[in-house]
Ligand binder design. Structure first.
Ligand code: PEP
Ligand code: MN
Length: 264
């Protein structure tokens, strides 16, 4: 299989602008769950850039559990992300949820995110495979390692070899945390596949105070990067405020990660 170490023994390094994911550097992708307004995304972008993030995250198309919840600013949100990139130099990662929007999202984004709920949306996987953008493939909330790797195989088989895995927690009996972050997937994937592995401790825990320790654990486990939710006022966030770090908490976490990365 194309995803496997048997097919390619050396690690895949994904080059995006001046950055390489899967190489020596650990990349931090940070930003709000949803793009809410120009002021919100620009303020967050400056804050996370200042603290050392290299990518700005933010959802413009939101796959919400309730149809009555905020669904995203759509193209307006994509334009605001592009504006934030222009202003800060951060590259943009954002989710695409629908085959009909792939071209549009690829026009604005530097990395396309496939959300957990769409990990086995095979038609969407085939569609993003046709773009020349790197893909961040989140683990389905109840997907096995094998199913997850086969989802990546769909994208590679479709011609796009720039794929990275993202562990974001799975559904277990535990309800204290939103999901159970399965950090064993980092070394497991790295032994079976040559593709980079990113960890999302925000969706993986659902609680902001658990995010920095799990981010450190992810880096210690060998992750190639982390993706973290940050909001200037988490209590006012339209989505995922409970798991969002304030810019101050994000900066403290980054300082700790820096020390950890040097020790490894
Ligand atoms: C998100 O990144 O905001 C998101 C919806 O993540 P997931 O697909 O992992 O739930
Ligand atoms: Mn979110």
């Amino acid at each position: 299989k194309l995803v496997s170490r048997e097919f390619q023994s050396g690690n895949t390094i994904i080059k995006i602008g001046d950055y390489e994911i899967g190489g020596e550097e650990i990349h931090v992708m940070a930003g709000p769950c949803s793009v809410e307004s120009r002021a919100q995304i620009i303020e967050t972008a400056h804050a996370v850039k200042e603290a050392g993030a290299t990518f700005l995250r933010g959802g413009a198309f939101k796959p919400r559990t309730s149809p009555y919840a905020f669904q995203g600013l759509e193209e307006e949100g994509l334009k605001l992300l592009a504006e934030a990139r222009e202003e800060t130099g951060l590259l943009v990662i954002t989710e695409v949820v629908d085959v009909r929007d792939v071209e549009l999202v690829a026009h604005y984004a530097d990395i396309l995110q496939i959300g957990a709920r769409n990990m086995q949306n095979f038609f969407l996987l085939k569609e993003v495979a046709k773009t020349n953008k790197p893909i961040l493939l989140k683990r389905g909330p109840s997907a096995t390692l094998e199913e997850w790797m086969m989802a990546a195989e769909y994208i590679m088989d479709g011609g796009n070899y720039q794929v990275m895995f993202c562990e974001r927690g799975i559904r277990t009996f535990e309800t204290y945390t939103r999901n159970t972050l399965d950090l064993s997937m980092v070394p497991a994937l790295q032994s079976l596949s040559h593709l980079p592995v990113i960890v999302d401790p925000s969706h993986g825990t659902g609680r902001w105070n658990l995010v920095p320790p799990m981010a450190k654990a992810a880096v210690a486990a060998g992750a190639d990067g982390i993706i973290v939710e940050v909001h200037p006022q988490p209590e006012k966030a339209v989505s995922d405020g409970k798991q969002s770090l304030t810019p101050d908490n994000f900066a403290s976490m980054m300082a700790e990660l820096e020390i950890l990365a040097q020790a490894l």
